[in-house]
Each structure stands twice: as structure tokens, then as C-alpha cells.
Design a protein around this ligand. Structure first.
Ligand SMILES: C[S@@+](CC[C@H](N)C(=O)[O-])C[C@H]1O[C@@H](n2cnc3c(N)ncnc32)[C@H](O)[C@@H]1O
Ligand code: SF4
Length: 296
């Protein structure tokens, strides 16, 4: 039996497949983004896990002999926990897994509002070296319609604070989020946010609605039209074209994408653009995922 009993479902970034997932909170304290159904079931009601319970879980994993070198703090916004609680959790991790080299977490921009750069630097020194920030868009109109509770500026402030503290950021942008009408401004302003923040990692996912599009479309007052595959590629072309990144690892390989793209921006900008343009103009010459191969 696995030494930890999780409250399912548990989500983690694809790159954390090797990590021990520690559910330091259940669900998401915001839980109101209209595109996100990840934590909407009753069992995922938000609550932080008690420290003594967490200690028991960590000790059970340590006793099982499972090698642990990376830890991901789940669920949706573990960084909402106060600084002192995060320090206590990280100390427990180190006491039980001295070989841990990387601790990471999801992080909403507002999770950092009450944390100073000095505190973030301390967390970094203790091993919290990477956070995944779901910016989703850099466009204020889109951000309002999806009820993210963030703006271009609040997202930028958080990303710059992370940069100052030395914690790496991995940003997620959602392809298709503004529908057909806002597609262009979504791409342009998302690129602008990334250009000003220069995150270490950037990934794009295609917005998908496994439980139906109704909740999401409601805010658009009947004006939301989902992007076709071709329009998704056009939006990606605009985004890439507008990006002026110095050294950002770019991944568009999540299962929701039709076209898998990987590279370092700016070095690989032209090659990535060529691939998107091939998908647009000569789709027969490039490998695309079939609908059945896609997922969230
Ligand atoms: C588990 S969520 C946690 C992120 C964190 N709460 C935040 O907002 O920064 C991880 C990411 O999954 C992606 N996601 C959630 N719902 C999605 C959907 N319906 N379609 C595509 N991606 C989605 C979003 O990019 C989101 O930031
Ligand atoms: S995207 Fe993040 S902040 Fe928004 S509801 Fe989902 S988990 Fe919460």
C-alpha cells in the first residue's frame, strides 16, 4: 500500500512526475476561475492539512524507503500558506529526506502579496526553487471574464518578486482562453507580460472543457466562440511572434495541445514559428495529435 492516502483527484505539472507529491492543502482557496473544474467536487473543499498529520505522512514515506529527491507541494495553491507554515513544512521535508534537492509548488500571484522578497529568499535558501504560476493570460479583459482574480499588473508584480528572490517561475498561458473575439489581444498581451517578466519556463496549454463549456461561456454573454484548430495555431503564431524572451525554456507539449512545440526562446523562435506556420499552411507535413490523443 502507498504510504500516503491522497484526497483525489490530485493534479501536478507534467514535469513533476518523479516528485513526491505532498498534499499540504486540499483543493484551491480561490476555486473561482471559470475554466477550472479541477477542485470543484465536494471532496476538494479547500483546507490546509494539519502539520502533525503532514509529519506522519512524511515519516511514513521516509520509513517506506522510497527514494525522494524532489517534492511537489499540492494542491492548487499551497503558496497561500503563511511563510511560517511553509518554513515548518520545508524543515520537516529536510529532516526526513536529507537528499531532497528541489521543492516546488503551484502559486497564484496573490499568494505572494503578503510575503516579502526577504522571506521568499529564505524559502529559496531552504530549497523552494521553483513555482508554477497560472497566469493564463496577460490581457485584463480576458482575466476579468475568466474570473482569475488577477490582472496584468498583479501577475507581473508577482513574477518580478520571484525573480528578485531567486525562485524560478514556470508560467502557464492558456491557448484559446479569450475565444475568437479576444484571441489577438490575449496573445499580444500575454506575450507582453512574458517579455516584461522573463520567466525561466513558459508552457502553453489549450483550454479544454471536459465538464462542458457552459459555466465558462456564461461570462461572455453569448459571445464566446471556441477556437478551431486553425485559429489555435494562428493565436500561437501571434504569441510566438510577439515574444522577445532572452532565455526561457518553452514547452507546448501538454496533452491538450495538437502541435507539440519545445525550444528555448529567443534562440529557437524562428524554428518554432516555422513549425506553427507549417501546421497552418501545410498540415500534412507536420505531426499533429489526433483528437483522441488529447486530454487535460
Ligand atoms: C491545477 S491548476 C493550479 C494553478 C494555480 N492555482 C494557479 O492558478 O496558478 C494548474 C493549471 O492547469 C491549467 N488548467 C486548469 N483548468 C484548465 C482547463 N480547463 N483547460 C486547460 N488548462 C487548465 C491552468 O493553466 C492552471 O493554472
Ligand atoms: S486555475 Fe488555479 S486559482 Fe484558478 S480555480 Fe484552478 S486551481 Fe484555483
Amino acid at each position: 500500500m502507498y504510504p500516503i492516502e491522497y484526497t483525489e483527484p490530485v493534479f501536478r505539472p507534467p514535469s513533476e512526475w518523479k516528485s513526491l507529491i505532498l498534499q499540504v492543502t486540499n483543493g484551491c482557496s480561490w476555486n473561482q476561475c471559470t475554466f477550472c473544474d479541477m477542485y470543484t467536487s465536494d471532496s476538494k473543499k479547500f483546507r490546509p492539512k494539519k502539520l502533525d498529520l503532514l509529519e506522519q505522512e512524511i515519516q511514513q514515506v521516509a520509513r517506506s524507503g522510497q527514494p525522494v529527491s524532489r517534492v511537489f507541494l499540492a494542491d492548487g495553491d499551497a503558496m497561500m500558506l503563511p511563510f511560517d507554515r511553509l518554513v515548518a513544512i520545508i524543515n520537516l521535508i529536510h529532516e526526513n529526506f536529507p537528499q531532497v534537492t528541489r521543492i516546488s509548488s503551484y502559486c497564484l500571484p496573490r499568494n505572494l502579496k503578503n510575503k516579502t522578497v526577504e522571506q521568499l529568499q529564505q524559502l529559496k535558501t531552504l530549497g523552494l526553487s521553483l513555482v508554477y504560476v497560472g497566469c493564463e493570460s496577460g490581457d485584463d479583459q480576458v482575466l476579468e471574464l475568466i474570473n482569475k482574480g488577477e490582472t496584468f499588473q498583479s501577475s507581473l508584480d508577482a513574477l518580478l518578486k520571484l525573480k528578485q528572490s531567486g525562485i524560478k517561475s514556470s508560467v502557464m498561458i492558456l491557448n484559446g482562453l479569450g475565444g475568437v473575439e479576444l484571441s489577438k489581444q490575449h496573445a499580444i498581451n500575454s506575450a507582453k507580460l512574458m517579455n516584461m517578466a522573463q520567466p525561466e519556463y513558459l508552457s502553453t496549454l489549450v483550454v479544454s472543457f471536459p465538464l462542458g463549456v457552459e459555466r465558462f461561456a456564461k461570462a461572455f454573454n453569448g459571445k464566446y466562440a471556441e477556437l478551431s484548430q486553425r485559429q489555435l495555431f494562428q493565436e500561437m503564431e501571434t504569441l510566438l511572434d510577439e515574444l522577445t524572451l532572452d532565455k526561457t525554456i518553452f514547452r507546448s507539449d501538454h496533452a491538450s495541445n495538437y502541435l507539440v512545440l519545445k525550444g528555448v526562446l529567443g534562440k529557437d523562435k524562428q524554428s518554432l514559428l516555422t513549425q506553427v506556420r507549417t501546421a497552418l499552411h501545410q498540415p500534412q507535413n507536420i505531426r499533429l495529435r489526433e483528437e483522441w490523443q488529447r486530454g487535460l
